[in-house]
Design a protein around this ligand. Structure first.
Ligand code: DMJ
Length: 520
């Protein structure tokens, strides 16, 4: 026995420092383990993309369950869930161009660019699309691909590249910017790519949101600087600053606006859907273009959130903009990007506190509910606020198990999970900043869920109702362009994007952007 122990100790003394040293480099995971995670993520990406190419292209998406091509809803013009993003312009292909660079697949990158050259001369398409969605997914995809194709310093430049991706981006930009020609001063939310915003039915032009109005600035700014046509940046900057000037004395902006009158239609704010990328683009624009004014906007708006919206456990809650009174006790799946943004802002403590709430959601549901109630309504009602919840207590007439299920289900206010990227995005940023293997473990769990539960015959199907697990007949383009991209990057410490030479800002759709004098 003693001999065995001595051998064991010797073994540990001999090998522990080696194991420790190599695992420390990759935050506690060995390189072969990380390599395996990368390969598995890569093969998921190719499963999704190749399914799209085989069955979906040239349409916008592929139905992951039936393998039919998927495009706009021509029967119901009010089906904005589909029609806002699907412009009949091979959406998935444009949105995933730079993902091939991230995966280190130069051939795939060049092949897809050639395919675009062969298929698209312009965006002269009779389709009503949402300006924000088209900007972040298609224009953003084109700009990032153009940067990689043209900038020799990044190692993906294409021989004899003639800038046609930028010409396409310019064509698209000129169509999208027409939406700003609205007397009210607020851009129309939608436009018709061929005929302009006036061709869009009025019923679709009423409701705008703060994120939609302010989040064109990164793509439009880059487009202006690369083409030397200032119009895009001038207009989007002016729109952003106008919006910011209508903040309340508390420094808060409401989330919805009537585009016809430029009047806010609610008085509530938070960090999730409808306002998320306002914060994101204030900070990212200030970094990409070294802009003091936008840095001040970020600082001031974040300070207001810390003061009025953050609660005692670190959730950024929804509040009234004029008096900061609690408004709605829920958070949404889109808000899960905020911890990642806070990493970029250098505020790790608040990033981690808010992240742990989403982590808990992932752990509980194996997904992030689209909207989740943190009020504990039924419990508080049953006990008239007298008894705080304890995991071993139950509701009247229920077992402990039944109580847990009831409370879990009660809390899901919107039940779908379309494989959104935000939680993975924040996991990635927190890992980059801390190198804590905890985040790699979270990533590994997400990867397993993709392999086991989200994988479908032709790509990946989201969940229609996370309480029962019914599947969604849709793979949005962001599954490939964002969710799997961030997951891959999480497992790839030596990716070009993590080197000084490859540094970039990710757009809200995870397209890497950079800009300096050499690109002018
Ligand atoms: C993406 O298209 C972008 O991240 C956008 O900013 C918000 N939501 C979707 C994915 O959830």
């Amino acid at each position: 026995m003693t001999v065995v122990l001595v051998y064991l100790l010797q073994f540990l003394v001999t090998f522990f420092p080696v194991t420790y040293a190599s695992s420390e480099k990759y935050g506690g995971f060995s390189e072969p383990h990380l390599k395996d995670l990368r390969n598995r993520t890569k093969s998921l990406f190719y499963h999704g993309f190749n399914s799209y190419m085989a069955h979906g292209f040239p349409y916008d998406e592929v139905d992951p369950l039936t393998c039919e091509p998927a495009s706009r809803d021509y029967e119901d013009i009010h089906n904005t869930w589909k029609n806002d993003a699907m412009g009949n312009f091979s959406l998935t292909l444009f949105d995933t161009l730079d993902a091939f660079v991230v995966l280190g697949d130069k051939q795939g990158f060049e092949r897809n660019i050639q395919l675009i050259r062969d298929t698209y001369q312009d965006f002269d398409i009779d389709a009503n699309v949402q300006v924000f969605e088209t900007t972040i997914r298609v224009l953003g995809g084109l700009l990032s691909a153009h940067l990689y194709a043209s900038d020799e310093r990044r190692g993906y430049s294409i021989e004899n590249y003639d800038g046609f991706l930028l010409r396409l981006a310019y064509d698209l930009g000129k169509r999208l910017v027409l939406a700003s020609e609205n007397k009210s001063g607020v851009p129309y939310p939608r436009t018709n790519l061929r005929y302009g915003p006036l061709k869009v039915p009025k019923s679709l032009q009423k409701e705008q949101c703060t994120a939609g109005i302010t989040s064109l600035i990164l793509e439009f700014g880059l487009l202006s600087r690369l083409t030397n046509d200032p119009i895009f940046e001038l207009i989007s900057r002016k729109t952003f600053l106008n919006m910011w000037s209508s903040k309340t004395v508390l420094g808060l902006l409401p989330m919805t606006v009537d585009a016809r009158s430029n009047i806010f239609t609610d008085q509530i704010t938070g960090v999730g859907a409808s306002i998320d990328s306002f914060y994101e683009y204030a900070l990212k624009y200030s970094i990409l273009f070294d802009d003091e004014i936008f840095n001040d906007i970020w600082q001031e708006s974040y300070k207001a959130l810390l003061m009025h919206s953050q609660n005692s456990i670190g959730i950024f809650t929804n509040i009234h903009v004029s008096n900061a009174a609690a408004a709605r006790e829920w958070i949404d799946a889109l808000g899960a990007f905020f911890p990642g943004l806070l990493v970029l802002a250098g505020d790790l403590k608040n990033a981690f506190d808010f992240y742990t709430v989403y982590f808990k959601l992932w752990n509980t549901y194996g997904a992030i509910p689209e909207r989740w109630d943190f009020s504990g309504f039924r419990w508080n009602y049953a006990y008239r606020d007298s008894k705080p919840y304890h995991p071993l207590d139950s509701l009247p007439g229920m077992s402990v198990e039944e109580t847990k299920v009831a409370l879990m289900n009660d809390a899901v206010l919107l039940e779908w999970y379309p494989l959104r990227p935000e939680f993975v995005e924040s996991t990635y940023f927190l890992y980059r900043a801390t190198k804590d293997p905890f985040f790699l473990r979270v990533g590994e769990a997400i990867l397993q869920r993709f392999e086991k539960d989200f994988r479908a015959p032709c790509g990946f199907a989201g969940i229609d109702d996370i309480r029962v697990g019914t599947r969604q007949a849709r793979m949005e383009s962001f599954v490939l362009s964002e969710t799997l991209k961030y997951l891959y990057l999480l497992f790839d410490p030596d990716n070009d994007l993590h080197t000084k030479n490859g540094a970039a800002i990710f757009s809200t759709e995870a397209h890497p952007f950079w800009f300096d004098d050499k690109l002018k």
